[in-house]
Design a binder for this molecule. Sequence first.
Ligand code: ZN
Length: 443
Amino acid sequence: MNSSVRCILGFCLFSLVSACQHGPISSESRGLDILDFHVSLTPDLQTGVVYGVQKIMIRLPKNHPETLSFTSGVITVTEVSINGHRVDTQLVDGQLVLPLVSTKKPKELIEITAKYSSKPVRGYTADKSTLYTEYFSCDWMICQQENFGDKATVTLELNLPKKMESIGPGKLLGSKWLPNGLHQSTWRSELAYSPYLYAFAFGDFVTVKQKSGSVSLKYMSTVVDEDALLHLFAPTADMLSFFEEKAGTPFPHEEYTQLYVEGRSAQEAVSHSVIGEASLELILTDPKEDWVIAHELAHQWWGNGVTCTDISEFWLNEGITTFMVAAWKEHRWGYAAYERELQFAKKRYQRAIDAGMDVPLAYDGKYPSLGIRRNIQYSKGAIFMDILRSELGDEAFWAGLRNYTIKNMGKTVSSPDLQSEFERESKMDLSSLFDEWVYGKAQ
Ligand SMILES: [Zn+2]
């Protein structure tokens, strides 16, 4: 695949992320900790409206703020209670604002219960029998869309008009008919994730199953048949083994599903990915065009498992993942394929340089465009990982990345977390390299 095609595909993936960079103050920074979401969702395929009943479990610090904000998006809340007491909500600057009761005990737990409806517009693709969501959870549930730093467990009940295959976060706990004639499937992630990774899908899918070690692989689609799915996703099992070895920690779920759809999708979620035809179909004529499978699968460790605290550290999600695609290609296709990926990254990074935007990786200012942000966080990030590999040598580099991944799986990270693991493993002082590439401190 040539560089311009890859750029278009990458834009699709990146545009989802960048559209959400402004929003509520991180709850974590204010000492609040969202622990668990429970969402019971009834989508109406005829009208495009979803109806939800939601519970949110939150731990409050003793001196907490008087209000709590959620991304309001397109959600209309009809009823909200805190610990069983009705409260009035307000819409302020596009945020749904709830009053918080004063807390006498440290680390008090509260439960918010809400009823709402919504007509999602972003990351929500539906026809008469199929629906899938990507990234914009705040369009169909109450959450803080871009608050990467506050991970929570989630239960999602999907109440569907008929018995259908579904995909949700984590594990399918069970399914049953409800008294109102709807069919309910319940998904649960016991591992905590950032809300942008909550996603679901349902439909009359064709499904193919394979295994990678103890992990069940599912390929699902309404677009192609079983044979095509097997052909398209053939590298998945080997990739999963490769990333497990490099991460030093196993794939975190019993099952990994890839949903193949029309269009250009390339979006990771808690335990599945949505992959568009235009992002993968070249693999049918050239098996080396496997980057999108590798990219979204690598996110299961770097991005989903080990997650940047906020958008300014997004290179830790995307730069490492982009680098890991190159590493997979070296493993599978040889060093020339690794070099080719790095050349793509260098070309794209050059665009940021040409635009006068060679900013450090952890830059927290505004970018002039989504493309430039991507040129830095994806491409410059991957190049920096390659430079670290050259500086440290393979043994210390891979040991450092493994330690960083094992230590931080399920947590959130910032750049010093990566630096300290590479320094510990290499016994080198990497401060000048990180100052130059990551923090932008004067030499
Ligand atoms: Zn990505």
